[in-house]
Design a protein around this ligand. Sequence first.
Ligand SMILES: Cc1ncc(COP(=O)(O)O)c(C=O)c1O
Length: 446
Amino acid sequence: MPTLNSNRINNFKNSDDYRQHIHDLIPGGAHTYSKGDDQFPILSPAAITHGKGSKVWDPDGNEYIECLGGLASISLGHAYEPVVERVTKELLKGNNFSRPSTIEREVAERFLANVPGHDMIKFAKNGSVVTTAAVKLARAYTGRKLVARPIDHPFYSYDDWFIGSTDVKSGIPSDISALTVLYKSDDIQSLIDLFNQYPNDIACVISEPEKFNLLPNNYLKDAIDLAHKHGALWIMDEMITGYKTAYPGSMTKYEVTPDITTWGKGIANGFSFCCMTGKKEVLELGGIRRTGSEKLFLVSTTHGGETCSIAAAIATMDEFEKNDVIGHNQRLGQKFIDGSRAVIANHGLSNHIRNMQFNWHASLGYFDQEGQNSFGLRTLFHQELIARGILFQGIFCPHFSHTDEDVDTILQAMDESCTVFKKGLEEGFEKYLVGEPIKPVFRKYI
Ligand SMILES: Cc1ncc(COP(=O)(O)O)c(C=O)c1O
C-alpha cells in the first residue's frame, strides 16, 4: 500500500473566502446543483483551480484524487494530452463560423459508425438540451402528449417536462407537470400498467438503460417492444452509461435499438459535446428537406458546432478505439468495489456503508442504526475522506488516468475514515461532523 499523506488537510482559507463571495455573484454558486456547497461538507474545497490526470487542486493548494471526474464527464483524465493537442490544433483554425465547420461531418460519421441502427445525429452543448429535443421529436412523430419516465430515476433534464415531475417544480405550470407520467424502473408490469392507463396517449418512454440493479433478462428488449406495440418511441438516455458500460454504451452491450439515444458525459472527456442519435425516420423530422411539411424547430444553438469541443470528441473516440479504456476503467471500478467491501466489513460496518451499482460507476449508500439513509453519516464519511486527500461525493467513476495506486490510496483513506464513521454511528455524527449535513439536490425547500 502507498503511504498516505499523513498531514490531514485542514487549510480551507481560500475555499472559505470563495464560498463567502460566490453566492453573491452566481445563484446557487455553481452551474449544476450537484457541484453546490450543500453537496459537500464544510471542510472541503469550494472550487478547483486545476486538474491533471486523476488529481485536482483547490485554491489553498491542497491536492486530491478526484473520484467523480467532472461529474462523470471525464473518461480519460484531466488535461489528457492527446485530447488537449487535438483541441489546440483545432482552436488555432478558429472556433465558430457562420456556416457549419467541416469537422461536423467528420464527427457525425465517426460517431454514427459506432451506433448500430442509428442513421442521424444532432449535437448540443448540454445533456438537458438533447433529452428535451428527443422528447419533442417523439411528440411530433407520434402526435401524442405524454412522456413516461421512471419515478425512481433522479434526473433527465432541467427543462419543464422533467423537472416539473419532481419535487422541485417551482416555476412550472401544473398543466405541464401533468404531461409526464411515472412508472417503476426495470419493472415491466409497471410499464404495462401505465400503457393500459393511458392508451394511445404516451409519446415516448425515456429511461437510462442501467441504473440501480442488474437488469432482468431481456428487460430492455421487452420494454422497447412493449413501447412500440403501444405506438410509443423509446428514448435511451446514455448520458452516464455511454462510454462506461461498453463502447459506445448499453445499447450495444444489450444489442437493442432504441428510437433515439442521448449521449453526453464522457464522450468528449469533459468538453461540452453532447448529442442524440436516432433512426432517420424520426430525426429527419428536425430537417429542412421535407418541403411543404410543417417545420419542427429541433435544436438550434449558436455554439452547437463549436469546433474545439467536436475535436475533443474525435480525440476521445481515437483513444477509446486505440486502448482498452473500458477494460481499464471497469477493472479499477471492480477493485474499488471489492476493496471497499472488505474494508467496510473489517470495521463491522457492512450494514451501514453499502456498495451500490456497478464497476463503471460505483457508489456507496450510508445507513444509521435504524437502517435509515443518513445524510449526516454520509457527510461525515466524505469529510474524513477529503481530509485524507480523496475528493469523494459518494461515487467512484473510474477513468483512464486513475491508477491502481490511486485505488489503493482511496481504500487506505476509507479504512481510516471508517474508524471515525463508526464513532459517529455509535455516538452521533454531530459529535464528529463540522458544519451541516449535505442535503438532497432534488428537494422542495432550501
Ligand atoms: C441521466 C442524465 N441525463 C441527462 C442529464 C443532463 O445532462 P447535463 O447536465 O449535461 O444537462 C444528466 C446530468 O446529470 C443525467 O445524469
